[in-house]
Write a protein that binds this ligand. Structure first.
Ligand code: F6P
Length: 384
């Protein structure tokens, strides 16, 4: 894939669409890029890919995606286009946030794009909405291993990450069992517990902690001690990155409320500082929890952070199929002149939802979700 300097020769006559991937990478992105590219080329269109998300669009770094560039990428993890977390309406600079949307609009016009496809998660949907407000024709596809994008059952990358996290929990069982230890596995998901709950349940974790259910460490310790009393001296605790104790959740909610009801800049600043401090303190939460469980149960405790391994590697068949279905459908919608929408899934059905309904709307795990009900039936401790 060679970088291009000039606009595609025939861009004046042909329909041309742009595509970018933004936010954290995830397996299955290349399946979506391939599907968009092949379907669009099949219609006689030109396709350009912006490098590194919105940053590439800002700097006008792009490549023309030809058929040969789309070969052999279906099974490759990550994104061949690269990604970044730049927010065009609030780009961070040493002097504070700056709105650079007009520059992206200029790039869009320079390439005479008919539409821009943005593949991303929560942040990308906010960015896409802000760009659509500037008059760009945008279609989005939902992607994140966290599965927390609203108005879609699934997001590109979630299924693969679920497999990886489940496999990790399987592997932790034998070592925890051999050493009679508690092993806490940290699973990605800052604001939603889909991955931790799914992998925890599939891997048979004894305790599953998610952001939606604030935990009481004494209740977790009591559950582990009951296992010991029954003769099982090891426990696996699946912990979502964003899981917090009841006390920490209260402090966090109070700070968020204070930010929301702030009536002047000083109050807003204070609330932001408090939230930043709570976030910083939360970074080693799992180690604190391991120490607490060690003290309360007397069992040796260890931590395993699954981290970026969950986002890497070959996409599962589910993510390849999801990326392919969403990618092909998104080009059909563009051909129909439908913009300002996210193409998602509801069961087997492909759906379209206005981006305005998706942006800023987090899909958390409902407390009465079948996964939670099943976990409770099985006697899995959820920290409450
Ligand atoms: O993209 C979602 C996610 O993988 C989260 O689960 C995780 O908390 C975050 O990204 C990590 O972000 P970064 O790649 O910026 O470190």
């Amino acid at each position: 894939m060679k970088p291009s300097k000039k606009n595609p020769k025939s861009s004046k006559k042909k329909t041309c669409i742009g595509v970018l991937t933004a936010g954290g990478d995830s397996p299955g992105l290349n399946a979506a890029i391939r599907a968009i590219g092949k379907t669009a080329i099949g219609k006689g269109w030109n396709v350009i890919g912006f490098r590194d998300g919105f940053l590439g669009m800002l700097e006008d770094r792009w490549v023309e995606l030809k058929k040969e560039d789309l070969a052999n990428i279906l099974t490759v993890g990550g994104t061949v286009l690269g990604t970044s977390r730049l927010k065009p309406h609030r780009m961070g600079t040493p002097k504070g946030p700056v709105d650079v949307r007009d520059k992206l609009v200029a790039t869009y016009k320079r390439h005479k794009l008919t539409a821009l496809v943005c593949i991303g998660g929560g942040g990308t949907h906010k960015n896409a909405l802000k760009l659509a407000e500037k008059g760009l024709n945008i279609v989005t596809l939902p992607k994140t291993i966290d599965n927390d994008v609203a108005h879609t059952d699934s997001t590109i990358g979630f299924a693969t990450a679920l497999e990886i996290a489940t496999d990790a929990i399987d592997r932790l069982h034998s070592t925890a069992h051999s050493h009679h230890r508690i092993i806490l596995a940290e699973i990605m998901g800052h604001r939603a517990g889909w991955l931790a709950m799914g992998a925890g349940l599939a891997g048979g974790a004894d305790v599953i902690l998610v952001p939606e259910i604030p935990y009481d460490v004494n209740k977790i310790a009591a559950a582990i001690k009951r296992r010991v009393a029954r003769g099982t001296k090891f426990s696996i605790v699946a912990v979502a990155e964003g899981a917090r104790s009841i006390e920490d959740t209260r402090a966090y909610e109070a700070a968020r409320q204070a930010g929301k009801s702030a009536t002047n800049a000083a109050q807003k600043r204070i609330a932001k500082t408090v939230i930043a401090k709570l976030d910083a303190d939360h970074e080693d939460n799992i180690f604190r929890l391991a120490r607490q469980l060690n003290t309360l149960t007397g069992l040796d405790s260890r931590v395993s952070i699954l981290g970026y391994i969950q986002r890497g590697g070959t996409p599962s068949h589910r993510d390849r199929l999801l990326g392919t279905r969403l990618g092909t459908t998104c080009v059909e919608r563009i051909a129909d002149g439908k913009f300002g929408i996210m193409v998602g899934v509801d069961g087997d059905r492909i759906t379209t939802t206005p981006i305005s309904k998706v942006a800023g709307n987090l899909k958390t795990l409902p407390l009465d979700h079948p996964l939670i009900r099943s976990a409770r039936h099985l006697g899995t401790n959820l920290g409450d």
